[in-house]
Structures are given as C-alpha cells and as structure tokens.
Design a protein around this ligand. Structure first.
Ligand SMILES: Nc1ncnc2c1ncn2[C@@H]1O[C@H](COP(=O)(O)OP(=O)(O)OP(=O)(O)O)[C@@H](O)[C@H]1O
Length: 299
C-alpha cells in the first residue's frame, strides 16, 4: 500500500528520439502526481495532520482526501485516532501540524460554527436533539444561520419573514421525506425510538443541503435491519454529496465506501478500495487480537 501523502516529484532521465534527453516521471512519481491531482480535485482533504494531547500523539502525519460525490470511510482499532480525525474535520480540534482543505481552500481557523456556511454538515454520536420542539422544528434548526434567521423572524412575525420560513419548512419536510420520516414531522423526538431519533439528527444535517457530510458512527445502537437500511441511505447520499464516514461497523464500511483509510496508533496504515483494504496485511495485523474486530464483524 502506498502512502497517501507522498509529494516529492521524482524524475527519470531517458534518451529522447532526437538524441536529446527527455524527462519522464518515474512510476513512483506518477503515483505521487496522481495522488496530488486527487487531492486537488478533492471535495475535502486532511493533509499531514498531527494532533498531540499532552505527551500522547493521537494523530501522526495523517492524510486523506474525499472525492466529490463519494463515500470515504475511516476505520481502525480502538484508540486508533478516528474520533480525533473526525474532530479535526469538524473544527472541534485544531491540529498541531497539517492542514484542513475544503475544495482546495485551506481552513486554518476552522470552527464547528463555520461548517454550515462552508456547506459541511455533521452528525455526532450524541444526537443533540431538542426534546421540547417537534421533529420538524428540530430539522429547521439545523439550517444555516441565514435560513434560520428567517425562521426566527417568523416566530416574531417580522415583515418579509414568511417566505423565508416557508422555504425553510419546505426544505425541512423534503429532508424528512427523503429519510421516510415526513409522517413524524409533528412528533416530539423524546417519544421516538432511538433509530428514528438518529434519522431526525440526519435530516437536520441534510437540511443545509451540504456538499460534505461528516458522519460519526451512524450505525452505533442500530440493529441489523436498521444498519442495512442505513447502508442504502449512505450509498444514496454518496451519489449527491461527499460523505466522510467514521465507523466501527466493519460490514457497513466495506459495503458502502468507495475508499477507506485505515488508522492505527494515529497513523494511516492503509488506504484504498474496500477490497484492497480487506486484503492488506498491515490492516489484518492491526486488527489481529483487537477486541473490537469481533464486535465489528458480527455487530
Ligand atoms: N481529549 C483527549 N485528551 C487526551 N487524550 C485523548 C483525548 N482524546 C483522545 N485521546 C487519546 O487519543 C488516542 C486516540 O483516541 P481517539 O478517540 O481519537 O481514537 P478512536 O479510534 O476514536 O478510538 P475508539 O474507537 O475507541 O473510539 C487515544 O489514545 C485516546 O485515549
């Protein structure tokens, strides 16, 4: 498996037909160029990210890039650095070294509240729903600041606000409908079973119409049938937007991802298609004896 962050350009000098010399990229340089091009075309990238917590290095020189309209999974044994990577992508954790790049633009000051206006949405393990308002209002509250200000203005009956509120309500209903939840718009989240509450949280993320969706362990707490439905859903989302999926559930990751990055002890140890990653000896070594594998394989 080749490292994802190789940047050095190596050239081979070969004789040219007319006797002059022509520089041709060496095979490894071609690979590096391709990786560089992939990153330039990427919707989102983490480049050489290192995060220290005191004396502990949670991420070390970790890079990945998420292609437009694709699902990119991040897996690794317990403590590998997955949550830390997700938190860097969300702006919760600022890397000590390395860069967060969105559509070619470096985001040195990324903070979670910047995400909606950057076209990024996320779901977290803690769902963070408001129990005292309806499902529909929860979803509307997921919209970005501009759209939400229409909602707030409508609450206070400010002039010109009705149209904005109507548009936002329509988008929120569409998000619920796309997840088969439209009939629950008036329900309160507290009365719903956990899998449906998770869907409300996802609808709230989708109402921003993001171009990048960050999913943190969406399968946790779900049964086998719900995970299968989630798989179909994530696949369909990957046709509309880029998805970064941090997930323990190995079967789900292998099924829905176009590409997978594998972390171990904070380092990227493998990257590739599900088939490549599944066969990678370093991945097998990393998981060997890891208690989470049995859990992941059978969950
Ligand atoms: N805020 C923190 N302070 C100190 N150490 C931390 C902090 N967050 C994470 N770590 C440590 O960093 C390492 C990576 O943790 P992280 O939670 O990112 O891994 P993970 O792959 O998500 O693990 P798991 O699968 O068990 O959730 C671990 O050793 C963890 O103990």
């Amino acid at each position: 498996m080749t490292p994802v962050c190789q940047q050095t350009k190596v050239v081979q000098v070969t004789p040219h037909k007319e006797g002059s010399v022509r520089q041709e990229p060496a095979p490894e340089a071609e690979l590096a160029d391709r990786e560089l091009a992939d990153r330039e075309l990427a919707e989102f990238a983490l480049e050489h990210v290192t995060v220290h917590f005191g004396g502990l290095t949670a991420l070390s020189d970790a890079s990945l890039s998420v292609a437009p309209r694709s699902v990119h999974g991040v897996i690794g044994p317990n403590g590998a650095g997955k949550t830390t990577l997700f938190n860097v992508a969300c702006g919760f954790v600022r890397p000590d070294e390395g860069r967060v790049v969105l559509r070619g633009r470096h985001l040195p000051q990324l903070r979670p509240h910047h995400l909606p206006r950057l076209g990024i949405a996320r779901t977290l393990q803690g769902l963070g729903l408001f129990e005292g308002v309806s499902v529909l209002d929860n979803v509307m509250l997921g919209a970005d600041h501009h759209a939400r200000s229409g909602f707030a203005a409508a609450l206070f009956r400010l002039p010109g606000s009705r149209r904005a509120e109507h548009d936002l309500r329509t988008r929120a209903m569409e998000a619920l409908d796309s997840l088969g939840m439209a009939h629950l718009a008036a329900a309160y989240p507290g009365g719903l079973p956990y899998p449906l509450r998770k869907r409300v949280a996802l609808a709230r993320a989708l109402v921003c119409e993001p171009s990048l969706l960050l999913l943190d362990e969406p399968a946790s707490g779900l049964g086998a049938d719900e995970i299968e439905e989630l798989g179909l859903l994530v696949r369909s989302l990957g046709e509309r937007m880029s998805v970064l999926l941090v997930e323990h559930h190995m079967d789900l990751v292998m099924e829905v991802c176009d590409e997978i990055t594998v972390l171990d002890f904070g380092r990227v140890i493998a990257h590739g298609s599900p088939a490549q990653v599944r066969e990678d000896p370093q991945v097998l070594d990393a998981y060997l004896g890891d208690a989470s594998l049995a859990e992941e394989g059978t969950a």
